[in-house]
Design a protein around this ligand. Structure first.
Ligand SMILES: [Zn+2]
Length: 228
């Protein structure tokens, strides 16, 4: 087993049975960060372990969802969906790309069932894209980057920020960064221009302001080159 993870037992909020789940240790050496927030670590990918799965009923969600009381409407929908034919997700201590992407896709599908938060769907779709990026699978990376952008955009329209540790400005920046990675420079520019017009950003969030300025320079350059 990897010394970067450890196994604990938790009670599944849906079927209420005990299931083994994997936690990651927090001290990891960062190799690099991509402009869209993907962090690369040495010999380890913590995005593999964002989602816990239940060995008994197949529920999949993040640690917070597993360990905090779920609202009754969500619980009812999930129990209806999962308790009839409990398919379970096999417990593996060291996840492969297949295990990890399956868990994230499952978590998104349950969020869709309960009409959960777009910001969470966005986060998981984005992490799926990052796992495929790490694996060099560009086709799947692009599919989930686009999904993440669409979910982030719905979150902007429908949720009260901050959500998932993101302000609305940080979310607009992420969408722009995703379109930059997808090579869709005009869309990238459109989102960034919303932040460039925001005079308060430089004082509210100087780090984000710097990232916006950097990407703005890059995308304007790319658009100029495209016109030549
Ligand atoms: Zn369960």
């Amino acid at each position: 087993m990897s010394e970067k993870t450890f196994v604990v037992e938790k009670t599944c909020p849906v079927c209420e049975e005990k299931t083994r789940v994997v936690k990651t240790r927090s001290r990891l050496a960062v190799l690099k960060r991509d402009e869209d927030g993907c962090v690369h670590y040495e010999n380890f990918n913590p995005y593999f372990y964002t989602i816990w799965t239940c060995e008994h009923c197949g529920f999949a969600a993040d640690e917070k969802t597993f360990t905090t009381k779920m609202n009754d409407r969500h619980l009812k929908i999930l129990r209806n969906e999962l308790l009839k034919n409990k398919f379970g997700v096999e417990f593996v201590e060291e996840r492969t790309i297949k295990n990890a992407t399956f868990a994230l896709k499952l978590a998104i599908s349950y969020l869709e069932s309960v009409e959960g938060k777009f910001s969470k769907m966005a986060k998981y779709a984005h992490q799926l894209a990052w796992i495929y990026r790490d694996a060099g699978d560009e086709d799947n990376e692009k599919i989930f980057l686009q999904d993440a952008a669409t979910f982030y955009d719905s979150a902007l329209a429908k949720e009260n920020f901050p959500v998932e540790g993101l302000t609305d400005s940080a979310t607009i920046y992420l969408i722009a960064a995703i379109y930059w990675r997808l090579g869709e420079y005009e869309k990238c520019e459109t989102y960034l221009s919303r932040l460039m017009k925001d005079d308060g950003l430089r004082y509210r969030d100087p780090k984000l302001y710097d990232k916006v300025r950097d990407l703005w320079g890059d995308v304007r350059g790319a658009l100029r080159d495209a016109k030549k």
